[in-house]
Design a binder for this molecule. Structure first.
Ligand SMILES: [Zn+2]
Ligand SMILES: [Zn+2]
Length: 389
């Protein structure tokens, strides 16, 4: 692997930052310790720091040698998850109920490693913005930074992202030339009947059979309404009703998520879910409250940027180790908001076989430190290539 030597030499230092961040996980918009740590590191490298965008977001601003006004952005995510870590190693989470189970500690470290190298070498002409965003895990932190003027205050022509990818071998890099992660929308439904004695169902309107029928009917949307070659998921993840074995409840609450890639299928899912929910409620005599919460749009790489990302990654891991267009994920990614505004690409960094099934978001997951030098080298070479001297 052709990682940058001076970055590889700092492997231990980077590992130290990563472990420290792993010990201090903070969830969406609470990344106070984390953003302070990042800001202090950037400042110590001689990089100008701007804060407060997207509440806890941090942007490092580094100008290279020369007069070019070209600029690019590199983005990492800072937040952890509200879950209990089961690992017992020395750098395990020190905060109960909080865990870096998606490797964002590693993402921040790789970007800091690149920032340190680039601040020392400045072997580029233009400006690089190091964008550390909050709240990737469902909190729309990327969108919040954009709303706070990320792309107005910092005029960058492109934006770049990466995610560690357990299940893909270490040393492999996956690059999509189009869609790589799905759109993720949420729905919540409340069905209201008339509760009463479980022995006298005819005296009320039981919302439970209605809810059960609705769950079944929702499953026909993907199988019967979505064209067979179009990816889509409808998952009901919440079904709450009742409190006693002999009482028919008044209400059933259910909800879930819809995943898709194309705008057409996304809007089809919304219309169909609402339509099925309202018709089923009517058929069973229940009242319905329906809420649709649009979430992350699909993450779609720009083909030209993907080609450039592929060239840079090939340099580091070898052309044979690039996986072009791996099967996209139905998971979603907040970086989608940034790619919807600016050209760029989001790559997957192979993180190796998940130990004992500890994939992303597993309580036994840990970021693979073997990737630190590779990821940091990718960032550094991307800057030197996109902003040549
Ligand atoms: Zn995650
Ligand atoms: Zn993640």
């Amino acid at each position: 692997m052709a990682v940058i030597n001076s970055i590889a030499d700092r492997q231990e230092e980077m590992r130290g930052w990563r472990h420290l961040m792993h010990q201090h996980p903070e969830i969406s918009y609470e990344e106070v310790w984390t953003s302070n740590f990042i800001a202090e590191k950037l400042t110590s490298f001689g990089i100008e720091v701007r804060r407060g965008m997207g509440k806890t977001g941090v942007v490092g601003v580094l100008r290279g040698n020369g007069r070019s006004d070209a600029a690019i952005g590199l983005r990492a995510d800072m937040d952890a998850l509200p879950m209990q870590e089961m690992n017992t190693f020395a750098h395990k989470s020190e905060t109960p109920g909080r865990m870096h189970a998606c490797g964002h500690d590693g993402h921040c470290t790789m970007l800091l490693g690149a920032a340190q190298y680039l601040a020392e070498t400045r072997n580029f002409d233009g400006t690089v913005y190091f964008v550390f965003q909050p709240a990737e895990e469902g909190g729309c932190g990327g969108e919040a930074m954009i709303k706070d003027g990320l792309f107005d205050k910092f005029q960058m022509r492109s934006i770049w992202g990466m995610h560690n990818w357990p299940g893909m071998d270490v040393g492999k890099v996956g690059v999509h030339d189009g869609a790589c992660m799905a759109a993720a929308d949420m729905f919540e439904i409340q069905l209201t009947g008339i509760g009463g004695h479980a022995a006298m169902p005819d005296m009320g309107i039981d919302p439970i059979p209605c809810g059960a029928a609705l769950v079944q009917s929702l499953q026909t949307i993907v199988s019967r309404r979505v064209p067979p070659l179009q990816p889509a998921v409808v998952s009901v993840t919440i079904f709450e009703a009742g409190s006693a074995l002999n009482v028919i409840p008044d209400t059933v609450r259910l909800g879930g998520t819809a995943r898709s890639f194309s705008p057409e299928i996304r809007s089809l899912l919304q219309t169909a879910i609402q339509d099925v929910a309202e018709s089923t409620a009517k058929a069973y005599g229940c009242k319905i409250a329906f809420e649709w919460e649009p979430g992350y749009p699909p993450t779609i790489n720009h083909a030209e940027s993907a080609a450039r990302a592929t060239a840079i990654a090939s340099h580091i891991v070898g052309a044979d180790n690039i996986i072009a267009n791996p099967e996209p994920s139905m998971g979603a990614e907040d970086f989608a908001f940034m790619l919807a505004e600016k050209p760029g690409a989001y790559i997957w960094l192979g993180a190796g076989p998940a130990k004992e099934g500890a994939m992303l978001h597993n309580a036994n997951y840990d970021f693979n430190d073997e990737l630190l030098a590779t990821g940091a080298s990718y960032w550094a070479q991307l800057v030197e290539s996109e902003l040549p001297k």
